[in-house]
Design a protein around this ligand. Structure first.
Ligand SMILES: Cc1ncc(COP(=O)(O)O)c(C=O)c1O
Length: 246
């Protein structure tokens, strides 16, 4: 058997738990707060706790696969068609869906550096490649069209993050439009909004004059303070949602 060549992949080193760090440093775990991976020191939202409790005795069955009710509710909240809403296991799930749907072996994505590592990881897991555009501390890690387009070489997906992880810089709708307009029709410009309300973004994306370019906004349920049980959501313009290969 010929194993797959994974030498291009870097090993993901997850953050350590509070208990491990406390043990190593001889501290009381209660004196430490973990903030490295979206943990919320204030605990989960009471509404999230209540919803989990209310459904705990039903985990013996798989959930509905269509999620029709949830999709309809999100579509109505965001004022989009249900066919434009995707649900996924975390925002990482949406990123994986995009990789699966878009990347042929050898296709590349364009990602910010520094930036959220999973964009490139997901592309590589799906036999793609990751090229980078550099954000610089000297100009406040600004994500503008010039920075992205200077590095752009026809990649299949261009990732923007707003607010950016790890720097917190934001990207304006004008810059997103400029990037979408200057990139190829076959390039998907993704705006990943990990913490903001997507209603705002979907409305802004829908008003774009460039109907041929997809934009998605993925965000997790971090606002509920429950990253451990998060779902991901993404929306796409109507054309993208109904597009078939070829
Ligand atoms: C920019 C960005 N996108 C996506 C994600 C993944 O979110 P989730 O935990 O919902 O998979 C994160 C998580 O930190 C992130 O920072």
């Amino acid at each position: 058997m010929e194993p797959r060549d994974l030498s291009d992949h870097s090993t993901y080193v997850p953050g350590r738990g509070v208990e491990e760090v406390a043990r190593e440093r001889g501290m009381d775990p209660d004196d430490l707060i973990k903030l490295s991976s979206n943990e919320n020191p204030h605990g989960p939202s009471p509404a999230a706790v209540e919803a989990i409790r209310a459904h705990a005795d039903r985990v013996n069955a798989y959930p509905k696969s269509a999620h029709t009710d949830l999709t309809a509710k999100i579509a109505s909240t965001w004022d989009v068609d249900p066919s434009q809403v995707w649900l996924s296991a975390g925002a990482d799930g949406s990123i994986d869906y995009l990789s699966r749907a878009f990347l042929e072996p050898g296709d590349a994505v364009l990602v910010p550096t520094p930036g959220f590592a999973y964009y490139g990881m997901s592309a590589r897991y799906h036999h793609g490649e990751a090229n980078e555009y550099a954000l610089s501390a000297a100009d406040g890690f600004t994500q503008d069209a010039e920075t992205v387009l200077t590095a752009y070489g026809g990649e299949r997906i261009v990732y923007l993050t707003s607010p950016h992880n790890p720097t917190g810089s934001t990207v304006s709708l004008e810059e997103v439009r400029a990037i979408a307009d200057a990139t190829a029709e076959e390039t998907l410009v993704v705006v990943d909004e990990p913490t903001a309300s997507s209603r705002r973004w979907t409305a802004r994306c829908r008003s774009s004059p460039n109907a041929t370019t997809w934009r998605s906004s993925g965000h997790s349920r971090r606002r509920t303070g429950s990253p451990g049980s998060g779902s991901g959501t993404a929306s796409s313009p109507r054309r993208g949602a109904t597009r078939t290969p070829g």
